[in-house]
Design a protein. Structure first.
Lengths: 79, 166
């Protein structure tokens, strides 16, 4: 768990592909450069998908970790 | 957007030819995800795929011609015999089963994915020839659909990085 206070926290627990990505994109669009989005997902494919999403969009996946059974992500908005 | 060339953005087109519940997913999942990853997406709906643009969707999935169809049931994978699909009510039954499963597993509905595609400026082209062929009405289709033919898709496809046929 990173030592960063997120600007936005998004809960996508229970949602399956591609909804966590779509919701993350929507949140990131309204954010400013350098702001952080913390996202929770129960989709087991999310780790690979968020890495790919960040690689392709230029946003930075600062960290991902497990909170029990939940996959957690800290994404930095890069404009 | 249709006439705006954003220059550096990657582009993708998808030809959607099938209108069943199962076949509706791949194009809409890929289109919305690509749009979320800053790709300009064009979807071309032709033949049975054109029905995916109807305002009111009532999609179904059949066991007929779908011999690899399995449904999870009590921890098992239940095969759906091809032949039972011929019986009245079976397609309605398998469609309800699939929709219940979709809801239970947190998978988006086609309506939701299509809405997401519209909101993320996915360009949707309905095939004019199919409209004439099947006597479809433009007013039965969702707003924002552009009508066009093979050449309209070709123009997009030639400028695209990825072109998919589904």
């Amino acid at each position: 768990m990173p030592d960063i206070t997120p600007d936005i926290v998004l809960d996508t627990k229970g949602l399956n592909c591609p909804l966590p990505i779509l919701k993350a994109k929507k949140a990131l669009t309204g954010m400013e450069n350098g702001q952080h989005l913390e996202l929770a997902s129960t989709d087991p494919g999310a780790v690979k998908d968020f890495q790919a999403f960040c690689n392709a969009t230029g946003n930075k996946l600062n960290a991902h970790w497990m909170d029990g059974d939940v996959f957690m992500f800290m994404i930095e908005r890069i404009v | 957007m249709a006439d705006v060339d954003i220059g550096n953005a990657k582009k993708m087109t998808i030809i959607c030819t099938k209108g069943t519940l199962d076949w509706a997913y791949p194009p809409f999942i890929l289109a919305t995800t690509a749009a979320a990853m800053d790709v300009d997406v064009t979807m071309f709906f032709t033949f049975y795929g054109l029905g995916l643009l109807d305002k009111k969707l009532n999609l179904s999935v059949s066991t007929l011609g779908n011999s690899s169809m399995r449904m999870p049931m009590g921890g098992m994978q239940m095969a759906m015999p091809n032949m039972i699909g011929m019986l009245p009510g079976v397609t309605a039954g398998t469609s309800v089963m699939m929709k219940n499963l979709i809801k239970k597993k947190g998978v988006a509905s086609i309506e939701d994915l299509r809405e997401a595609a519209v909101l993320s400026d996915v360009r949707m082209i309905g095939c004019q020839m199919t409209i004439d062929l099947f006597e479809k009405k433009e007013e039965d289709m969702i707003d924002g659909v552009e009508l066009g033919g093979a050449a309209t898709w070709m123009e997009s496809a030639l400028a695209s990085d990825i072109n998919l046929y589904m």
